[in-house]
Write a protein that binds this ligand. Structure first.
Ligand code: SF4
Length: 410
């Protein structure tokens, strides 16, 4: 297939495909799927070998968010029966983090619901990071607290954070359909603030919100342009009690095509399968490892994942290996680009305007942005047969780990 030969050749050189080529990946048929996975898998192995980076989520503060992100189980007005609690104490968070590190996680992701942190919240997270690093000095720490105000990214960097997560989630064109309490521009601003302060930028998307192929391609190219070092690909978790609980727009095949497209556009960037992996890829999860080089271990913020040991077994059975603490994730040239970009931003352009906005990581939830009229037929046909039904059998609320008396899943 000419398309795949072209994309593979470009990916092996670290070149980005055209927008039309990225759209063509999403329009491939199920008969072509294994060829697509094999082609993108060559690109993945060129830059990341067979390594899989494990990340572990610690939800520092759960639920009761004043923002209205339609996809999120923690949103304003959510009736999802998730755990709700205020800030974990540093020792509680450190205990949860330790479980993830013991399970093989190289990065701990500290997440709190809310529009953005207060300066007091930055103090709390500073204490939490110190408690985690005292026990595990090698562990990478990514922080996800919503929209940042001026100097907060610098404070997090000085306190020992390695990365900051803030997802763009969907295209600029449809962003207003999923959230009204902050804007796409707010989100871009926070990613730039984080990068400008020298933090590695982790920013990704959510698929399955009724978006068109064009929306997906738009957001993935925007992430590439923004210089995201890590691109988490979330597949919407339709929680009961959220506006989009009955929407199921994904099949395992569609998820694999999306992951392949993200890999081709970000050949040498960390691509992570994030929330919704078990819900939507189901028995096809191992094929996702041929495309992404990073996953979350165990549970998500408000939903349960498969057992941590099952994640580890899957990686081994599929012929991959867990990335060690001493191994670099990004290829050397990408790490250099990230460092240069941070230095340039820090020189002046970093703190542009506003300072608030909202949003965090793979909370789960769901928003509906109607597909455009020019949505390819393949995308429309590629809808799960369960569209319109609640699937509580697939979505399991997290009732263990952080914020409970029960042991974490790691
Ligand atoms: S994504 Fe973040 S900001 Fe948006 S509702 Fe959920 S917790 Fe709040």
């Amino acid at each position: 297939m000419d398309l795949l030969d072209t994309l593979t050749a470009k990916g092996l050189r670290g070149e980005v495909p055209t927008r039309e080529e990225a759209l063509a990946v999403l329009a491939t048929t199920d008969d072509e799927l294994l060829d697509v996975v094999a082609a993108a898998g060559k690109v993945r192995r060129r830059w990341f070998g067979r390594r899989v980076k494990l990340n572990y989520l610690v939800n520092l503060k759960s639920g009761l968010c004043p923002e209205d992100c339609n996809y999120c189980s923690q949103r304003l007005g959510s009736k999802a029966e998730i755990l709700k609690y205020t800030w974990l104490k540093p020792d509680q968070a450190a205990e949860a983090a330790r479980a993830g590190v013991a399970g093989g996680a190289k990065r701990v992701c500290l997440v709190a619901s809310g529009r953005g942190p207060t300066d007091r919240d930055i103090d709390r997270v500073t204490d939490t990071m110190a408690a985690i690093q005292e026990a595990d000095p090698e562990v990478e720490i990514c922080v996800c607290l919503g929209l940042l105000s001026d100097n907060q990214a610098e404070r997090l960097k000085a306190a020992g954070a390695d990365a900051y997560n803030h997802n763009l989630n969907t295209s600029e064109k449809t962003y207003g359909d999923i959230t009204t309490t902050h804007t796409y521009a707010d989100r871009v601003d926070t990613v730039k603030k984080a990068h400008g302060a020298g933090l590695s930028a982790c920013s990704g998307l959510i698929a399955g919100m009724g978006e068109s192929d064009e929306d997906l391609v738009d957001v993935v190219f925007a992430l590439r342009e923004l210089g995201s070092d890590s691109v988490p690909v979330n597949f919407l978790i339709p929680f009961e009690g959220t506006p989009l609980a009955k929407e199921w727009n994904l099949t395992p095949q569609r998820c694999l095509r999306i992951l392949a497209m993200v890999r081709f556009v970000n050949p040498d960037t960390e691509v992570r399968i994030a929330g919704g992996r078990e819900v939507h890829l189901r028995s096809m999860q191992p094929l996702g490892l041929h495309l992404a080089n990073s996953i979350f271990l165990g549970d998500y913020l408000t939903s349960e994942g498969q057992a941590g040991q099952t994640d580890l077994d899957m990686i081994k059975d599929a012929g991959f290996e867990v990335e060690g603490a001493g191994e670099a994730t990004l290829p050397r040239h990408r790490a250099d680009v990230a460092a240069a970009s941070s230095a340039a931003s820090a020189c002046g352009t970093a703190a542009s305007a506003c300072g608030s906005g909202g949003g965090c990581g793979p909370c789960g939830g769901h928003a509906h942005a109607p597909a455009s009229e020019d949505t390819p037929a393949s995308a429309v046909e590629d809808t799960d047969a369960s569209d319109g039904e609640l699937r509580s059998d697939l979505v399991k609320v997290r009732l263990r780990g952080a914020g409970t008396e029960l042991a974490p899943n790691a």
